[in-house]
Design a protein around this ligand. Structure first.
Ligand SMILES: [Mg+2]
Length: 226
């Protein structure tokens, strides 16, 4: 694969959860538990039933929330507030990461299936909120999640990325199946390697241009042109 330079891309589009922070931070385990808890409480399911509903909705709609809205008529704002904590003791201020992002030339964006509030809480806990020009969340895509191709059309429009700039754009994500529509549109793709997503990666390996263990190693690999 081609070497990555600071000026290789004009648009750097980052997923949030398990991409901006390391999956090993353990934060997602908490979110995941809250999702199950929400389904149990709200829809009066046992844990076992809730887990089943969850995996069904995820497989069918690409995002549990979207499935719960379509089939169980839940309120998305209530759901998103419930599953996302406001404090994140797992995260710390990331001085070096902030510098690396600042040094990256071009525009930087967050594209997430979670909420704007959640994204802001994460980014500010890490001290990197100011490095991103815009956050596109699930509400802004009208609850149409990645990997639905319609979500990517909304994303390109929202970030003002025109068709002649697509090949100068790169998308960084831990959920491999979410890279496929981006790759088909002509963006370059980066998969943040993780065990949880290995099967998904095997099915979508053709749509992955680069692989890195985490965001820091990706950013460290980008050099300045002499
Ligand atoms: Mg993610």
């Amino acid at each position: 694969m081609e070497k990555l330079f600071n000026d290789s891309f004009e648009n750097w589009i980052f997923d949030l959860d398990n991409t901006i922070y390391d999956i090993k931070a353990g934060l997602f385990v908490k979110i995941s538990e809250r999702i199950t808890e929400y389904i149990m409480t709200k829809l009066s399911f046992t844990r076992e039933e809730a887990n089943l509903v969850r995996s069904d909705m995820y497989k069918k709609y690409g995002l549990t929330l979207t499935g719960l809205m379509r089939e169980y008529e839940i309120d998305p704002d209530e759901y998103l507030d419930f599953i996302h904590d406001f404090t994140h003791p797992e995260l710390k201020y990331e001085k070096q990461l902030k510098l690396s992002l600042k040094n990256l030339s071009g525009r930087k964006f967050i594209y997430t299936n979670a909420s704007q509030d959640h994204a802001k809480n994460i980014l500010s806990a890490m001290g990197i909120e100011a490095e991103f020009e815009k956050i596109l969340d699930i509400k802004a895509t009208k609850y149409v999640p990645k990997p639905d191709p319609k979500s990517y059309e909304t994303m390109l429009k929202s970030f003002g990325i025109f068709s002649n700039q697509i090949e100068k754009s790169i998308f960084i994500e831990d959920t491999a199946k979410n890279l496929k529509p981006a790759k088909l549109l002509g963006l370059k793709t980066v998969w943040m390697e993780n065990e949880r997503n290995l099967e998904d990666y095997k099915e979508n390996a053709n749509y992955v241009d680069y692989k890195y263990s985490d965001l820091k190693s990706f950013l460290n690999d980008i050099s300045n042109r002499d």
